[in-house]
Design a protein around this ligand. Structure first.
Ligand code: NAD
Ligand code: 0WE
Length: 262
């Protein structure tokens, strides 16, 4: 049975074939959704266009989420192209490189504002414009990380932005629930993507998580994609305002290792 047959989905944050957004796109496509893609910078067009062709996606638009005019334009074009939409995927985050190393205490005003604007406020900006296109209800989702709840070395201002993203998920869910629009977040474990490539020591973090996770392995884009499919589909019709973990169980651990045993 196809889970999202005939539903229309707008996906933000596609960069390349390693993007979590690509795992989500493939899962939704496989289950019959019609997709639209948006990417963040002009240079990504040559990476995103071939991916769109692969899935027969005819809607591909550039959108810098720091610009209201860009977001307005994408949603106006989506209204023209799709009429109405059912699914909105927010898979966008950015903090300055200098703010993802060293200590959180050294975060600048400008770096804090930028991380918050791109990684948290953009969900609110998108939800505002998606609302009139979701007259039949809908499912909005974003991607978050456990660094929002617990201190992770060097995640710093991104952790604070993800905390704002998760709280925004709850406030949006309360506001939009009466209209039949659900809003949730997926908290993914570490995955090697473009966004992760720039992080010093990321390979060691993957190895650490693999050795501690209850499932003793890491998660991949397809597993996040299938949870996104569930959130997009009527299978999750009673779920809103939630953070769903796709992290091989990492977040349930208090002390990852037994101490004082032979
Ligand atoms: P990715 O680099 O493929 O995706 C990040 C996207 O954000 C890119 O497409 C980039 O162009 C876009 N972006 C950045 N600034 C933008 C702007 N101003 N306007 C529009 N788009 C902009 O990496 P990813 O790992 O797939 O990240 C997707 C989401 O998943 C992010 O929210 C990230 O925080 C989250 N996440 C990632 C991991 C991981 O380990 N990779 C784990 C948990 C959550
Ligand atoms: O959300 C993220 C990373 C998002 C991200 C990545 C970059 C790299 C390049 C945001 N901004 C930038 N800016 C850049 O200039 N993750 C969940 C992956 C991630 O990033 C970390 C992690 C994990 C996990 C950074 C430090 C520690 C752990």
């Amino acid at each position: 049975m196809k889970l999202v047959e005939g539903k229309k989905a707008l996906i933000f944050g596609l960069a390349n074939n390693r993007s979590i957004a690509w795992g989500i796109a493939q899962a939704l496509h496989e289950h019959g959704a019609e997709l639209g893609f948006s990417y963040g910078i002009p240079q990504l067009e040559r990476r995103v266009k071939p991916l769109a062709e692969q899935l027969g996606v005819g809607f591909v638009e550039m959108c810098d989420v720091t610009k209201d005019a860009d977001i307005d334009a994408v949603f106006a074009k989506a209204a023209d192209h799709f009429g109405q939409i059912d699914i909105l995927v927010h898979s966008v985050a950015f903090a300055k490189q200098e703010d993802l190393s060293g200590r959180f205490v050294d975060t600048s005003r400008d770096g804090f504002a930028m991380a918050m604007d791109i990684s948290a406020y953009s969900l609110v900006a998108m939800a505002q414009r998606a609302r009139p296109l979701m007259a039949n209800g809908g499912s909005i989702m974003s991607l978050t990380y456990y660094g929002s709840e617990k201190v992770m070395p060097h995640y710093n201002v991104m952790g604070v932005a993800k905390a704002a993203l998760e709280a925004s998920t709850r406030y949006l869910a309360a506001d939009l629930g009466p209209e039949g629009i659900r809003v949730n977040a997926i908290s993914a474990g570490p995955i090697k993507t473009l966004a992760a490539a720039g992080i010093a020591g990321f390979r060691k973090m993957l190895a650490y998580a693999e050795s501690k996770n209850p499932l003793r392995r890491n998660v991949d884009q397809d597993e996040v994609g299938r949870t996104a499919l569930w959130l997009a589909s009527d299978l999750s019709s009673g779920v809103t305002g939630e953070v769903i973990y796709v992290d091989a169980g990492y977040h349930i651990l208090g002390m990852p290792d037994a101490v004082g045993e032979e």
